[in-house]
Each structure stands twice: as structure tokens, then as C-alpha cells.
Design a protein. Structure first.
Ligand SMILES: Nc1ncnc2c1ncn2[C@@H]1O[C@H](COP(=O)(O)OP(=O)(O)OP(=O)(O)O)[C@@H](O)[C@H]1O
Length: 256
């Protein structure tokens, strides 16, 4: 891995909605060239954390440092160096794929938007979709376009929420390989939220598992497997979701 430079540092980050805590005293760092996976059951606080990293939600307390700058004070400047992809955020539906990507290329001030679009169309095989209205794409096609949008400004930090949602297994496998290769070439720091544990095992250098707003497990995928005496992250995840560490007591084992 390349030299360790901090891309994101989150310290004592908390968020409450109407007094109800959603994220509690969360701390982590993400380094350049590294992928950190944020895992947790539904409602654990992943999206709330990512929304704060993007400046979409204000923390109740704590700090977020992005590329050495305070996210809360320099949000607009820092957002130019970041990007994100989420299956839950729709691009304008009536615009064609090309129009959408051109819009974002200009928004991010790409020096040569046309060349960047051609590069991404080639890399992500978007040529056949180029003139289609974005609203008429299949969900797997939308996922690829959403990733192209996320890469348009060659971000130093990429936040990926379920990057392979709705992709068929072959395309998902190809996309994971593409992301790994892209990261090796660019040194981009990736924060990954995923429910796909084999994806996490393949892509993540570091894992943080959240439960009820708190980080309850920290380590590399290998460290988590060793700590829990498990053969894969899916089983580790189930142990933690069910709040138990005894491998022989996991319900999943009896059932499967
Ligand atoms: N705008 C909001 N107003 C009130 N409560 C919210 C809001 N957004 C999230 N929450 C609550 O905060 C908690 C964390 O939600 P969050 O969406 O961050 O979870 P998540 O880990 O991303 O879950 P999922 O895997 O289902 O996407 C949940 O209890 C949720 O109901």
C-alpha cells in the first residue's frame, strides 16, 4: 500500500434526531489508497455517518477532518475533492446519461469534460446507454452510471453506499475488480458501506462494525476473522448483530 496519509479523520462524532441518538461517539480514520468498510445492520447509523461526511447533515457534536481541513468550515472546497455513489440517490431522470455526466463534469470543474466523459464511457462500458434518458435505465445500468458520476472529478475520497446493489454477479465481480484497479492507480481513499460481506472481504483493508450508532468492532478483515474464530465475515457480522461472541452459540450455524 502507498504511504499512509490521512484522508478522513472522524473524532467523537455524534448525531441525534430529536434527542434520539443515531450515531454515538464514533472515531475512525481512513487513509489514502485504503478502503474502509462501514458495516452494520439496518438502522445502525451508517448512512447518518456518511451524510455527515458529505456535509448533508450537521453533527450534534464531534469533528470531521477531510484531507487535513475541517469539513464543517470548508465544506464546499473539500467536496470538490470528494464524490459519492448511492443507489438511493437518483440522477435527473429526463436527462440522457451523457447530459447528466456532462452536467456533473461542469459542476466539478473538470478541466476537459469531453475527454473525461469518453474515458469513463469506455471504462464502464456506457457507450450503449449514452443517449438514453437516465430514468429509463435498469437498476444495474443506473448503478454503473452512478459510479461514473462518482468518478467524474477523479475524487481523492470516494464514498460508496452499496456500490454493487442490483448488479448481476458477473457485472458485480467486474466492478469490484475495476474499483481495486482504480484505487491502485489513483490512490483514492474509499469508504464503503455494504451488506455484501464477500465484497467487503475482497475490497476492504479496514472494517468498522456499527451497532445502535456505536462502533463495536474494529480491525482488518483478517483480524476480525481471527478474533471471532470464524471463516468468513458473514458469520462475524451475525455474531455481532446478535450480540454474541461464542461461535458455537450462533443461531445461523444450527440453521445452515
Ligand atoms: N432524518 C431522520 N430523522 C429521524 N431519525 C432518523 C433520520 N435518519 C435516520 N434516522 C434514524 O437514525 C438511525 C440510523 O439510521 P441510518 O439510516 O443511519 O442507518 P443505516 O445503518 O444506514 O441503515 P440501513 O442499512 O438500513 O441503510 C435509525 O434509527 C433511523 O431511524
Amino acid at each position: 500500500m502507498s504511504e499512509s496519509v490521512e484522508a478522513i479523520r472522524v473524532q467523537a462524532l455524534s448525531k441525534s434526531f430529536n434527542g434520539t441518538p443515531a450515531v454515538k461517539d464514533v472515531n475512525f480514520s481512513l487513509h489514502r489508497g485504503e478502503t474502509l468498510a462501514l458495516l452494520g445492520a439496518n438502522g445502525a447509523g451508517k448512512t447518518t455517518t456518511i451524510s455527515m461526511l458529505l456535509g448533508l447533515l450537521l453533527p450534534t457534536s464531534g469533528s470531521i477532518t477531510v484531507l487535513g481541513g475541517d469539513m464543517l468550515r470548508h465544506r464546499y472546497r473539500l467536496l470538490q475533492r470528494m464524490n459519492f455513489s448511492s443507489p438511493y440517490v437518483d440522477l435527473p431522470r429526463r436527462l440522457s446519461v451523457r447530459q447528466n455526466l456532462m452536467f456533473f463534469a461542469r459542476l466539478y470543474g473538470c478541466p476537459d469534460p469531453k475527454a473525461r466523459l469518453e474515458e469513463l464511457a469506455h471504462d464502464l462500458d456506457l457507450g450503449p446507454l449514452w443517449r438514453k434518458p437516465t430514468g429509463k435505465l435498469s437498476s444495474g445500468q443506473k448503478t454503473r452510471v452512478s459510479l461514473a458520476k462518482a468518478l467524474i472529478n477523479a475524487p481523492e475520497i470516494l464514498l460508496l453506499d452499496e456500490p454493487t446493489a442490483s448488479l448481476d454477479p458477473d457485472t458485480a465481480d467486474w466492478l469490484r475488480g475495476y474499483l481495486q484497479d482504480y484505487q491502485r492507480r489513483s490512490g483514492t481513499a474509499i469508504l464503503l458501506a455494504s451488506h455484501n460481506m464477500s465484497e467487503v472481504e475482497r475490497l476492504a483493508h479496514q472494517v468498522r462494525i456499527m451497532r445502535a450508532g456505536e462502533i463495536v468492532e474494529t480491525g482488518t478483515p483478517r483480524e476480525l476473522l481471527d478474533r471471532h474464530g470464524r471463516g468468513n465475515l458473514e458469520q462475524v457480522f451475525l455474531d455481532i448483530a446478535r450480540n454474541q461472541r461464542q461461535p458455537d452459540r450462533a443461531y445461523g450455524e444450527a440453521a445452515s
